[in-house]
Design a protein around this ligand. Sequence first.
Ligand code: MTE
Length: 335
Amino acid sequence: MLIRIPARSDCHASEVTPEAIYRSRRRFLKSAALAGAATGMPSLAKASGQYRDVPDAAAPPWFVGKLQDAHWRAVVAEGEAITPYPDATQYNNFYEFGPNKGDPARYAEELKVEPWSVLIDGEVEQPGRYLLEDLIAESRLEERIYRLRCVEAWSMVIPWLGIPLSDLVQKVRPLSAAKFVRFETAYRPDEMRGTRSSFALIDWPYVEGLRMDEAMHPLSLLAVGMYGRVLPNQNGAPLRLVVPWKYGFKSIKSIVRISFVREQPSTTWQSMAPEEYGFYANVNPQVSHPRWSQARERRLPGSLFSANVRETLLFNGYADQVAGLYASMDLTKDY
Ligand code: MTE
């Protein structure tokens, strides 16, 4: 994301998986997971093009238990084909593991995600360090199929599994002084080789933030899984934010701290290049990035014969649900 838009040759030719195929895979996965077979199971989605066959991450017992009660297809993306699993898990941005799209799939398994705790602090009634499974214990997992639009002008369609962010907010009970939510990614140089590089420009840890009403919006999700399985490390295990109407960089991965704060937090990309990346980062085809247009996007995977380019939609197609949050704002200034 720093400077480079990936060249077309970075895209791997593979067929878009019709949803029916993904669903039959998922049914199989569900029964396999319940039988305790999810651990170390090789990826069922056959690696296409140049992708490797990567074994699935081991699903912890709390995840397997919650999967039984999941609300499948709670939100769908009408008319959209789900991105094949190999593309979603081997073409990633996760700078803590390196700057290249293949680095996270290659190195993120070095991150230890079990057990995982999250610090809740700031203007909140129930601060403390919570085990992840305790934090989400009362919430039912929901499958939500969302478009993901990266600021680099590529996009995917991902079936996430997670809980509404509003569930967590309500559980810990922020005080009225809390106006924003600040999220922080783990910073573990021993396990995250990208953070050891002297070429990395990022001031670790990676930080993101939302206004309180954005955090409470029903579309905001805390994901712990995708494609009916536990979240792979390269996609932000074990806990990541998903805000589908915003550019992908707002969807912070491997969260270890959630703070309820009075002031708008300073966030990673905005503080690094404020003229290029805003705090709001709402998907907007009318507001160009200073170095490229945001009017179109490449829907992955492309092929040798087609880059699969399509028009970008305002708020990534979720305008009818979220435009009201920004009614009084000038989106060209608050980009
Ligand atoms: N979170 C952290 N901690 N570090 C990152 O480098 N990259 C962001 C976002 N979350 C990033 C992150 C960007 S730029 C994008 S587009 C999405 O993750 C990509 O998510 P994906 O790899 O699951 O597609």
